[in-house]
Design a protein around this ligand. Structure first.
Ligand SMILES: C[S@@+](CC[C@H](N)C(=O)[O-])C[C@H]1O[C@@H](n2cnc3c(N)ncnc32)[C@H](O)[C@@H]1O
Length: 462
């Protein structure tokens, strides 16, 4: 089967609000998209969003324009089915809406919960505990203090994660954090530590977590750990003030559910959500759980590889490593009038001489991914009110040189379970993450005529 080449429109800098009315007539719209770029990088400097870096987050501008466009002046309930560090949640609360998010990764869920509820924090109490921290740290660092805390036992790394001088400082910080009685204030400190902890370790994100030396960087023998954490705490204090000034209503609910969206029926009533804004993991095998191992272990969310395995099994789309050795994994649904079956079959026949690295393993991975797309679409149908909209940001993929138009297939899957496919917009034609596919998981080199893009699939519940 010949694989069709797509003409992808160049990314625009458009920041126009999107509205249901400017939805294009044709379903796949690569021309006049009104969406702003959904990429996370612009969040790095914005209040609240800047607290926790996350490899694959949304831009807050994208979420804001979606809220303005689809909820207009009405206040409603917004759901992010895969909420990551809570970009949708924060923007929804700032916009005066109730927010719900599902997230399996406990570290990301912590970030989402703390950020979306930040405006409740008593700033005087927070500032006073930050001062206590300074006094505690200064005193302990100046003496021959033996910290009570210890590194998490189950956290094994090939090289030392922290060199001894850094580790001693980190453990002093842990002792202080453990002494904080108030849960909310303790969580702010835990987040300040977790969001900075890799920056003073011998590891770095490239974008997957790896040894600094493997990326040509020096090991870190000593580091002003308390300063890094204090800088983060100061940013937090500043942003809490900002958020409190922004809030028009204080009786909103932001609920981060640390569970799989596939269990949504255990948590939410049917037809209870006005707008879904979300982005599932892409078909690029990026391993959120493995990449957050330091935070999961040091925050006490993981104690052994089994805990990581549980997250891996719950992850949307599974991972190539978990399905590549299966003989054959098929689609669990039929999708007439599409070439999804043929495309997976083409992939299955490629590079079989590479064994587990060949096409069959990748076809299994893609089939597992689309089976979860089907469950995901069913979940959207369950939670949305009639007339409600879902905006799903999803990237295409290139596996063994075969382009997989995940956006189009997902749109068709959603139609097949009774959602209306309003349109597919492509505001971003070359996305960050190419390197993940090419370096991290050793797939065949992408052919030059295929391009990675990010699409917004707009669905409506009739
Ligand atoms: C593309 S990221 C979303 C990022 C988010 N938009 C943000 O701005 O932070 C996808 C997220 O889905 C989470 N995830 C994976 N499988 C899940 C599942 N079954 N249920 C809920 N969350 C899941 C991952 O841990 C990851 O944080």
């Amino acid at each position: 089967m010949a694989i069709a080449t797509k003409t992808i429109r160049r990314p625009t800098q458009l920041q126009l609000p999107i509205t249901p009315d400017n939805a294009g007539a044709s379903v796949v719209n690569r021309k006049d998209t009104g969406f702003s770029d959904p990429n996370f990088s612009s969040n790095k400097t914005l209040p609240i969003h800047r607290w926790v870096p996350w490899i694959a987050g949304f831009s807050s501008g994208f979420v804001k324009s979606a809220l303005d466009g689809f909820l207009n002046k009405k206040k409603g309930t917004v759901l992010d089915t895969f909420c990551g560090v809570g970009t949708t949640m924060v923007e929804s609360i700032l916009g005066g809406h109730n927010a719900i998010g599902f997230e399996i990764n406990p570290y990301a869920a912590l970030a989402s919960r703390v950020k979306a509820n930040a405006y409740h924090i008593d700033l005087n109490e927070f500032t006073s505990i930050v001062e206590d921290f300074h006094r505690f740290y200064k005193k302990k660092a100046a003496s021959n203090y033996e910290p009570q805390s210890a590194p998490p036992l189950g956290f094994k790394t090939r090289a030392l994660f922290y060199n001894p001088l850094v580790l001693h400082k980190v453990l002093i910080v842990q002792d202080f954090v453990l002494s904080i009685e108030d849960n909310t204030l303790r969580d702010l400190f835990r987040l300040a530590f977790a969001s900075t902890m890799v920056s003073y370790s011998n590891y770095s994100y490239e974008p997957s977590l790896g040894r600094r030396v493997s990326a040509g960087r020096e090991e870190i023998h000593d580091f002003p750990v308390a300063k890094a954490i204090t800088d983060k705490l100061n940013d937090m204090a500043e942003d809490i003030t900002w958020m409190q000034e922004q809030m028009e209503r204080s009786n909103l609910e932001a609920q981060t559910i640390n569970d799989s969206f596939f269990n949504c029926r255990n948590h939410l009533s049917p037809a209870s959500v006005d707008l879904v804004i979300t982005s599932p993991p892409y078909l690029n095998n990026y391993h959120y759980n493995r990449n957050t191992r330091p935070q999961l272990y040091w925050l006490g969310y993981a104690h052994s590889p089994d805990d990581l395995k549980k997250l891996e099994d719950m992850n949307f789309g599974k991972f190539w490593q978990t399905v590549r050795d299966l003989d054959r994994l098929d689609l669990s649904f039929a999708l007439p009038n599409t070439d999804i079956g043929e495309r997976l079959q083409t992939l299955r026949t490629l590079n079989n001489e590479k064994g587990t690295y060949g096409g069959n393993g990748w076809a299994n991975y893609a089939a597992a991914y689309f089976n979860d797309c089907h469950r995901f679409a069913e979940g959207i149908h369950y939670v949305l009110k009639r007339g409600g909209t879902a905006l799903v940001v999803i990237g295409n993929s290139i596996l063994q040189g075969v382009m997989i138009p995940t956006d189009e297939y997902f749109g068709k899957i959603a139609e097949s379970i009774g959602l209306e496919l309003v349109k597919i917009d492509i505001p971003r034609a070359t996305r960050v993450g190419n390197s993940i596919i090419q370096s991290d998981v050793r797939v065949g080199k992408a052919k030059s005529h295929h391009q990675l893009y990010e699409a917004v699939v707009v669905l409506k519940k009739p």
